[in-house]
Write a protein that binds this ligand. Sequence first.
Ligand code: NAP
Length: 450
Amino acid sequence: MGIVGSGPAGIYTADLLTKDDTLAAEDTQVSIDILDKLPSPYGLVRYGVAPDHPRIKQIQGALHKVLDKPQIRFLGNVEYGVDLKLDDLRRHYDAVVFATGSDRDRALDLPGAELPGCHGAADFVAWYDSHPDVTPEWRVNGTGVAVIGAGNVAVDVARILAKDAGDLLSTDITDNVHRDLAAKDVTDVHVFARRGIAHAKFTPMELRELDKQPGVEVVVYPEDFDIDDACVAEIESNNHAKTNVKVLQNWAMRDPKGLPRRLHLHFLHRPVEVLGADGVTGLRTERMELDGNGGVRGTGEFVDHDVQAVYRAIGYLGSPLADLPFDAERGVLPNDGGRVLDLDENAISGVYTTGWIKRGPVGLIGHTKGDALETVGNLVADRPGLAPAEEPEPEAFLRLLDERRVPYTTWEGWQRLEAHEATLGEPHGRARVKVLTRTEMTRVARGEDA
Ligand code: NAP
């Protein structure tokens, strides 16, 4: 089998394939290649989880155990659509599962959204996690910053923008990220939710964490706390909403602490325009009101906020994949239970998908396990009818990569790179310092001389 993408979605799929009862009962020797366009595995766990969330990053330990299984081979630096086409994968694997995730920001259709100083959260997150494809410099402009959206990504972005850079020194951030964050002058981060407090998407633990940042005061506005019957129904049926509302209401009753930085949470504010000529000078929002049916409507009252940068955290999107149909609106591969569908909505034999590229960018890392279960169940059920690979031998695929001069990295190579990053971190008392460029990552992983 071939799996494209070595984030949690791809790795959980590989794990389930090695443990599948039907395949075991048939005595089928499962052999899996997990391909990744980066030299390193783990996808968003390495390059998407915030550096100050080491507990979530620890998931790498469980993912490592799966990749360490003898039936699984990791091959990094192999980019589907560039180094390989679908026909190549079909020739070498009985079935292919695409687990390429969501790597782009959804566009924000607002006047002024193209101004310098408007950023997508995906780009910022990739930068502070030192993704090798992202420019190592980032200038955090101004003293006031807006973050649009009320999900966990917005909360991550707002927290990193408000936080003292020194408080990140114990994490795995690289020197360039620390330097640029230490240079920021941000005093006020404004998070804008277009709906009310009962419909925020962030989870209670992430919300509470905002209030635990040294030198940062969370500010909420009681006039944003409108609640109607639809909100009450939401609060009663959704534990996250219930806890979020309780936490926010408690914060609304506090006196100001006078801390040096503030993180404002605004609800019922819909962004309508980014203001500025050559760069961002403000964000205009419309006050919204509850419509009684669980939705919101505009009031016609507009507010201008003094900000010099705007970060949109309004959801991610997957990218199209060569030779496969794509649902551009949802940013996913059209599929039925993980079976990728062609334009006539017929399953494409032997081609599957899982994770965010299957169902969209919603849910925590653990939720991709359920996805993988469904996809693997369907793949195993289809297996008797799938055309077997023409060249299934593991060496044949490596020969193809060599012929195409793909400088692929291996599991052993990744462990070399991991050990190297740990050595870089050691003198500073840090678990690791990430290598910044693909070239250097590849060199270390392939054991080549500097
Ligand atoms: P999300 O949870 O879907 O939140 C997106 C937010 O953007 C929502 O508040 C949404 O508002 C808002 N939005 C969308 N379009 C908008 C527009 N045009 N104007 C204004 N606001 C707009 O997505 P996410 O934050 O990207 O997170 C993705 C998934 O990753 C989530 O399941 C999240 O929990 C998970 N995640 C978890 C962690 C963690 O555990 N620490 C960290 C990061 C991400 P509406 O609700 O009104 O549409």
